[in-house]
Structures are given as C-alpha cells and as structure tokens.
Design a protein. Sequence first.
Lengths: 426, 294
Amino acid sequence: MSAHPTTYVPKSAFGKWFESRLPIAGLVHSSFIAFPVPRNLTYFWTFGAILVFMLVSQIVTGVFLAMYYTPNAGLAFQSVEHIMRDVNYGWLIRYLHANGASMFFVAVYIHIFRNFYYGSYKAPREVLYILGVIIFLLMMATAFMGYVLPWGQMSFWGATVITNLFSAIPVVGDTIVSYLWGGYSVGNPTLNRFFSLHYLLPFMIAGVVALHIWALHVPGQNNPTGIPIKSGKDAVPFTPYATIKDIFAVVVFMLFFAYWVFYMPNYLGHADNYIPANPAVTPAHIVPEWYFLPFYAILRAIPDKLGGVIAMGAAIVIWCFMPWLDTSKVRSTAYRPLYKQFFWLFVVVCVILGWLGSRPAEGWYVIASQICTVYYFAHFLIVLPVLGFVERPLPLPNSILESVMGVQKGGAGVPAGANPEPHSKG
Amino acid sequence: MMKRTLLIAAAVLGFSGAAFAAGETPVPPQQKWTFQGPFGTFDRAQLQRGFKVYREVCASCHGLSYVAFRNLAEPGGPEFSEAQVKALAAEYQINDGPNESGDMFQRPGRPADRFPSPFPNENAAAAANGGKAPPDLSLMAKARTYERGFPWFITDVFRQYSENGADYLVALMTGYQEPPAGFTVPEGGHYNHYYPGHVIAMPNPLSNGQVEYPKNEAGQPQAPETVEQYAKDVTAFLTWTAEPHLEARKRLGFQVMLFLLVLSGLLYFTKKKVWARVGGEVEGHATPPMTHNP
C-alpha cells in the first residue's frame, strides 16, 4: 500500500488537518482507487473480492448465530433446532452460514488454481502467496471446528477422528490430544474450546487477509499474460474499473450461493448430522465435508497412521515451496504448452482424490488413492522443477497492451490518451 | 461375510444410523411430492392425514420432541385452526412444576407445549423396546438418506432433488416382506427390504385400513386407507416437522433469485458503460504469436 506515493489531495480544511495526522484517506485512495490494475484481468481475478465478501458474510451470520447458540454438549443440538424453528429467520441465517462455508471453499479453490495456472506465486509475489496458504490453513481449522458445533453424529465423530490424528505425533502426541479434548475423550470441554476458537480464528483470518492485500499492493496484481505492467497504457485505475467488475462478480456469486441456501440447503452436509451426537454409536462412514476430501484421501492412502498424517500435512505445506520448485522463467501457463497439459492433469488428479476421499477405504479405492497421492507429490517435486528446463515456452508479448490488441484481432485497441487518468506507476 | 455379520450385529443392537452396505441395500423408488422443486408447497390435507397416522400409530413409541402443538396451526404446516390445536393440546398431560409446595404435577397441555415423549426417559424407552430407544421423529426426514452415486449426485443439484430422506422413509415403511430363502432373521429383528442390512428392530407398523381418514362429501375417505398412502402421508408430515419453514424458504428464495438476477443485469450494463471510457473491456491474453503468425 505504501509502494505507490499517494496522489490524494484532501479538499476540505478538515480533510487536510486530519490527513496530516492520520493519512488513512490517502491510504485508501492509493490502495483501492488510484491503484493501477492490469487492464486484461479476467473474471478469475474477481475471486479475491468474492472471498472478502464471503469472510464478511460468515462473520456477520456467525455473530448472529452465536446470540442463540449454546455451546454445551447437552444443549447444543437443541439450540441449533431452536434457531431453525423458533428464531425469526433463524433458518436463513443458519443455512447462509453452513452453506457459506462451502461457498468460501469453492471461491478459495478457484482462487488457488487461478494462482497455479498463471504463476502468480512466483517472484516477486512469494510472500503474498505464502500468506495465502496460511489463510487457507486457518480456514480449514475454522471450518472443521464450525462443523463440530451443531453436535450431531458427524460433528462428534468427525471431531474424534481428526483430533485423534494428532496422537500419531511421537512423544507429545497424546498430550496434544488431551489439550484439544480438554479431557480424555471428545466431550463438553472440547465443544467449549472449539466454539471459543471458532469465534477467534475468523478474526485472525481477517488479519492475515489484511497482510495478504498489503503484500499484493507492493508488486501489484499478476495478469493472464504474466508479464508486468510496463506503461500506463497497460493499466487502468482500480476505481471504477476493477470495483465495478468485482461488484458484478460478487452479485453473480451471490446468485450461486442463494441457489444452495434456498433450494438445496442440506445437500452439502450430511444426513447423520441431524442425529444428535451419541458416543455409543459410530456412523457407518465417517466422512469429512467435501472440501477436505482430497486431503482425507491422501491421509488414508498411507497405511501407516503417522505417515498418513505427515502426507496430509505435506500436501498443503508443499504449496509454500512452489515459488522455488517451479524453475520456469515464464509465469503464465498460457505460454507454456507442455505445462498446460500437466496443469490440467493435476486438476483431474485432485478431483479424483476428492471423490476417493468420499469412498470407503477398501479394495481398489485404496490403490487408486495411492497412485493419485504419488502423482500429487510428483507434480510438485518432479514436474514443476524439470519442466522449467525441458520446456520451450512460446514467445511472450512485449506488453499487456500488445497482447490485448491481439485479442481484439489487431483491431480497436486502446486509443491514445483514451485513458483519462494518469498512472503513477509503470 | 464379515461385513454382513457386523451389519446384522449393528441392526440387532438397533443401530439405525444411515448405514449403507455397498451393493446390498436396494435404492428406494422416488415418489412424487407436492413439496419438491423450486415452488413446492405442502398439501395441507396430506399433512393433516399424516399427523393422524403419526398420532395413532407412530406416537406410541416415537417422540416428536422438537415440535410444539402451536406449530400445527402456523402457516406453512398442516394449518389446523387455533381452536383445534387448543383442544388437541388439552388432550395431553404435561409434566410441570415444581409448584409452591415443591411438587411436580400434571396439567393439560397448552399450544405452547412441545409433544410429550411416549416414555419418561431414554432408558425406559430402551427397556420397553428390546434394548434400544425408538428415535425421535422430529428430524427423521433430514436424518436419513441413501447413496446416490455418480453421476446422480451431480444431476441432483440441477433438478433440486432433496427428498432423499422422504423417499427412503416411504420405502422403509412399505419395505417389510418375507426374508428371502436362506436369510435368517435374528430374534427380535424384522426383515425389511430397504433397511441397510435388512434387519430392523421395528416391527411392521402399518396395515391396510388401520387409520381412518376424513370422509369427503360422497362419504368416501379422502385418500385410500392403504399402507402405501399412510406411508406417504406420514412422511410428508415428517418432512414438515423436519423443515417447518420449507415453504417460506422456497418463496423467499424465488424473490431473492429474481432480485439478484435483475441487479446483476443492471451491474453488467453499468460495468460495460464504465469500461467503454477506456475503449471497452479486454480480457486474457493474445493467442501466442507463434500460432497465428506464420
């Protein structure tokens, strides 16, 4: 945010007085108004705004739910039903919150794979990218603890299975698990601390999101060509161009969100979670929410408990090393014909892993999970480093503007001086 | 074999979770429901009949503890009149107290009371039913489902199929039959075609003509007094108890979708106009020169 000297000049006397004491208006102006945005961004670049909307939506609906929810093992299930039946529009708030978690993950997965495709993780955006991975990890923890709160069968048994994973850690494992549980099994203290943490973590996410946006405003946004902004003609000011596009995209995403909330509100959940938690009865299949399934498949692909936990953790931690594992000088996959095929193969493998995660761990499902897990890691450890050396990328355009004119079949392009606002940064 | 043994063991213990034994449990047929689809609403008469079935058949063992008598008069449900609900509530005895002298007492029910459960506590319910308490039915239509499998779980999203629980319940209640040759039903169990593992603790609850339905002008029952019809009616009623705001949800949903559709249209054209200032929106990247420059 500090990378571009602000061109903001307060007009009123109070504005000048205030700005000289706290230059927040200038900060907002340089970050969200004058900030130069590559002019060729596609709708894949609107998912940042969509994710901010989802975070706010989850916090707002969550705060209202917390006014009626009771974090007690004997009362939690009942209090959720109270919200669903007796609280005015309680059913709406709860369905928004429950489906909102899924929508949050839909948006974040598109955001992450957009970053993979266009090489947004490469220099100079490594810190920005790693902050994103941290946000994703915090989201996973938040979503997991949130799913425990209704205290249904899948809440209870999901919590049991996942917290038990920590016991695989040598020496300190059992101690960690008893701290997570607040006792010697999942019970009321577990529910209490999960509720507390579920309320805390979203604000930590908001903090890291602020850092993520800050880190974004230093190098600026990547774009479909992967080449940086070279002149003012390559960019447009954030407001109104990116703002109106983001608002439009958020509203279209709200349509998608509303479809689930109003017509299929329980599709993304589990029927078992409408059965109150019962420590004496284990559900036939304990399955996590859909957004955890690929990682769950990796966990179960390894026959050893500790090995499975390490593989599952490594599946995400390995993302942090991508900026250095990828040896290609070219950012955008659009100019990497060979990598393009591997990228889509990787997407397919992730989807198959997700499906395998929903299957019981038996028969050929296990073998398929193992093959996919090996490929998942090979993508990062073999494909990314090797391809940079063997692949011959296509020639890059000289500038975003040149590329964009190509899109328009060498036609209209941007008339000289058509862009009324000067840009401070190339 | 091991799996079957485990399933039978679970069923004998009365385990009633939504268990699926791959390839063993048949798929329930899909029914036609008035409440399916984006504009679905409940059939009031069907909910009222379903309530009668619940009251005369299911209620002797199963509770309905999340439902209050007043709910029966609320919009979007069976919509009994206030007077009917008041009279109905008064037929039940509710535990209340303690009074001024510290004693618990019984009093006639009021519309604000919830349905009293048939057993004083879970242990009593279990003791009277062969070791396992019959589950509460309030949420049953959402707490059961059946495996859809690929590709149906994807097409379900587009055709808004969310009556899995209801279809399963009808199949279960009409699925009692003689066990196939060679299948031994353990003591205290009953063979059911659609129950996962086929051995269910609940005996066949319904029989033809068991519940008398209200008569129409011609003096005929308004719906056939058959097991099939009873099962459908009580399932519709249980879908309402599980999702009492279903009608309000779908109605509001349509308004929200319409509003967002219009708003997104307006925003689209606003965006186009704004971008026209810089010569229109351009996205993406050129087809790399090698492919179109010989």
